[in-house]
Design a protein around this ligand. Structure first.
Ligand SMILES: Nc1nc(=O)c2c([nH]1)NC[C@@H]1CN(c3ccc(C(=O)N[C@@H](CCC(=O)O)C(=O)O)cc3)C=[N+]21
Length: 283
C-alpha cells in the first residue's frame, strides 16, 4: 500500500502562494501578465488553455488569450511572439504545444524572450538548468521536484530512473535530479531490459506516453513512482503510463492520474509567471 502523493492538494497550496506573491508584486508596481497562444482548434489543447486562464484568474495574474487559425503562417506567429516580447504588459509567454505540423516549433520557442519563457522550453532556460544557473525551469519536472520535497523523498545517492527523453520532461527531469545528487538513468524507446532498469529505481519517473506500461513487478518495493502520463485506455478513460492498481501494492509512494503531476504542472506555471515578472523587474 503506497502513500498517494496528492498533487491536486499541493497545487492548490502553490496557487495560494503564487497569489500572495502576485499581490506583493502588484504593491511594488509590478503587474504579472501571461500571454497564451493557441494555434488551431484541437479540443484537448483548448481545454488545457482554458484551465490555465482560470488558474491566472485565481492567482490575480492578468491573462491575454491569442487564438490563431490552424493555417496560421510561421511568420505570423513569429511576429506575434516578437510583439509579445516587446509588450511590457506581458511578463510570460506560453505557446501551446503541439503546433500544427506545417509550423517549426523549435524556431517559435527560440523566438520567445528567455526572460518571458515561463514554459522553460527555450534553449537558454535548458542550458541554464544544465549549467546549474538560476532560471525558468520546465513546469512538469519542476512540479515533480516540489512533490518529492513535500513528501520528504530522499534523493541524494538514490537511483533515479526516468523513462522518456523529451526536452520538456525527461531531459530536464534528469538534470534536476542530478543537481540533487541522485544517480540518473534515462531510458527510452530503444532501451533494452526496461523492466529490469525500472526495478533498479528508488525514484521512477515515467513520461513515455504509453498507457499503463509500468507494472507492479517492474517496481522495487517501497520505491517512489511518479506518473507523467496523460493517456487514454481502451475505454477512452484518462489514465497514466503506470498501471496504478498493480503498482499501488508495491510502491512506497505514487502519484495518481488525474490529480498528480498534471495539477502541479499548472501550478508551477503560475509560480514561473511570478519568477519571470521578478526577473524582468530586476533586469
Ligand atoms: N506550451 C505548453 N506548455 C504546457 O505545459 C503544455 C503544452 N504546451 N501542451 C500540452 C501539455 C499537457 N499539459 C497538461 C497540464 C496539466 C494537465 C492536468 O491538469 N491534468 C489533470 C486532468 C485533466 C483532464 O481531466 O483531462 C490531472 O492530471 O489531474 C494536463 C496536461 C501541459 N502541456
Amino acid at each position: 500500500m503506497a502513500t498517494v502523493i496528492d498533487g491536486k492538494g499541493l497545487a492548490a497550496k502553490m496557487r495560494a502562494e503564487a497569489a500572495k506573491d502576485v499581490a506583493a508584486l502588484k504593491r511594488a508596481g509590478v503587474n504579472p501578465g501571461l500571454a497564451v497562444v493557441l494555434v488551431g482548434d484541437d479540443q484537448a489543447s483548448a481545454t488545457y488553455v482554458r484551465s490555465k486562464l482560470r488558474d491566472c484568474e485565481e492567482c490575480g495574474i492578468a491573462s491575454f488569450d491569442y487564438k490563431l487559425p490552424a493555417d496560421a503562417s510561421q511568420d505570423e506567429i513569429l511576429q506575434l511572439v516578437r510583439n509579445l516580447n516587446d509588450d511590457p504588459k506581458i511578463t510570460g509567454i506560453l505557446v501551446q504545444m503541439p503546433l500544427p505540423s506545417h509550423l517549426d516549433a523549435e524556431e517559435i520557442i527560440e523566438a520567445i524572450s528567455p526572460l518571458k519563457d515561463v514554459d522553460g522550453f527555450h534553449p537558454t532556460s535548458l542550458g541554464r538548468l544544465v549549467r546549474g544557473l538560476p532560471g525558468l525551469r520546465p513546469c512538469t519536472p519542476a512540479g515533480i521536484m516540489v512533490m518529492l520535497d513535500e513528501y520528504n523523498i530522499e534523493l541524494a545517492g538514490k537511483n533515479a530512473v526516468i523513462v522518456g527523453r523529451s526536452s520538456i520532461v525527461g531531459k530536464p527531469m534528469a538534470h534536476m535530479l542530478l543537481e540533487r545528487d541522485a544517480t540518473i538513468s534515462v531510458a527510452h524507446s530503444r532501451t533494452r531490459n526496461l523492466d529490469e532498469i525500472c526495478r533498479s529505481a528508488d525514484i521512477l519517473v515515467v513520461a513515455c506516453g504509453i498507457a499503463r506500461l509500468v507494472k507492479g513487478d517492474w517496481v522495487r518495493p517501497g520505491a517512489t513512482v511518479i506518473d507523467v502520463g496523460m493517456d487514454r485506455d481502451e475505454d477512452g478513460r484518462l489514465c497514466g503510463d503506470v498501471d496504478y492498481d498493480d503498482v499501488f501494492n508495491v510502491a512506497g509512494a505514487i502519484t495518481p492520474v488525474p490529480g498528480g503531476v498534471g495539477p502541479m504542472t499548472r501550478a508551477m506555471l503560475m509560480s514561473n509567471v511570478v519568477t519571470a515578472a521578478r526577473m524582468q523587474a530586476e533586469a
